[in-house]
Design a protein around this ligand. Sequence first.
Ligand SMILES: *Cc1c(COP(=O)(O)O)cnc(C)c1O
Length: 462
Amino acid sequence: MRYVSTRGAAPDLSFEEAMLSGLARDGGLYVPAEVPQVSAGDFRAMRGLSYEEVAFRVMRPFVDESFSDEVFGDLIGKAYASFGHAARAPLVQLAPGHFLCELFHGPTLAFKDFAMQLIGQLFEEALTRRGERVTIVGATSGDTGSAAIEAFRGLDAVDVFILYPHGRVSDVQRRQMTTPSEANVHAIALDGHFDDCQARLKDMFNHFEFRDRVRLAGVNSINWARVLAQVVYYVTSALELGAPERAVSFTVPTGNFGDIFAGYIAKRMGLPIDRLVVATNQNDILHRCLSSGAYETDTVTPSISPSMDIQVSSNFERALFDAYGRDGAAVAQLMDELKSGGFRVSQGALETLREQFSSGRASEEETLETIARLHRTTGELLCPHSAVGVHVAEAQRDPAVPMITLATAHPAKFPDAVETATGIRPGLPPRMADLFERPERITRAENDLAALETLIEERIGS
Ligand SMILES: *Cc1c(COP(=O)(O)O)cnc(C)c1O
């Protein structure tokens, strides 16, 4: 399997090369040259298998010769062993025809663990085999960073630096990043928003001299391996509700478009998915774009669902690449226009996007109302991101098709919003009950590329 850049001007890579490099050298994102097809019979044969077995069958064709069957199966086993639920991604019913897929049973209580735990295993295996060492730099609005630090802490072949927006992540998120004591993990509090963290990360990748000197690798959702790992729970949950004989729809609380893009890949593989619904909070660039065709960045307004406080949605580029008939030059042109504030999607591309994706948004009040109401009607405590999803799903639901809303984080990761809505302060699971007693290590940094690069080089001693 070969991987191509969405901007059409970088070399094709293998799965392993695409995984280790993250961003393509032309600034684009790697996507598979073609999407492997799974027959209805093959989907049927996955029913009743463990999450790990389905994961192996779904991901295997994308991984090519980079890992042997035996090694790949082993690494999947290790990746999900730390999850606190035997089903890994269990379904819970909310209402007739409406289900919640709980993706928060991993070690840092958000869906990011599904991809990050696996990528940690794949990186360690590949780097050890190659006798190489890399510097991973990630940008986070909270959950990616904690998941990455948890997945890479203590590994020999990597240093991990996570840039998070100072003062804009929850206490639980921050503590999950700042309390691991391993010398190879570095949590950096940047003076700025998440988009600043993401922009500096992109700048580092585009500064080839630095990139090569520190052997920069990326594990943000721009990394194809992360998208791939997320395809699996679309398959397991659809199978539970009757796929491939019955189609289902998904509503996905969306920020960087990585999670919902994984759903799109599942659909392209042949999984019968009716609608893929993008749910945004008040930072609704994706909803506005799918409604009007205008992709225009605005200022970020902090919300109670901070992991979706995003204006530049990196993985949307992958969807645009397909919508523009895989024309890398056209995508490069749009991304150039984005630097000066925005672009307009062509009519043809917009129609193609709308065939795949619907969208909706939830205000802060609607989010709190949904948390309170679902607690009353079902006893479920929703995190604010999941509540944005449930609100949008209710508005978009077609009674003939089961709707699955992805619950992207555990309510205890965002206890203030949940307490405001319900009066109940959700507790952390026992395995992390001492989080607030562990000592923190925080490094503050300015929003400045040169200063960040110096800091990283000093820390790794290169
Ligand atoms: C990251 C995150 C999202 C958004 O996911 P994307 O893949 O960026 O669209 C939603 N909810 C939570 C809790 C997250 O951590």
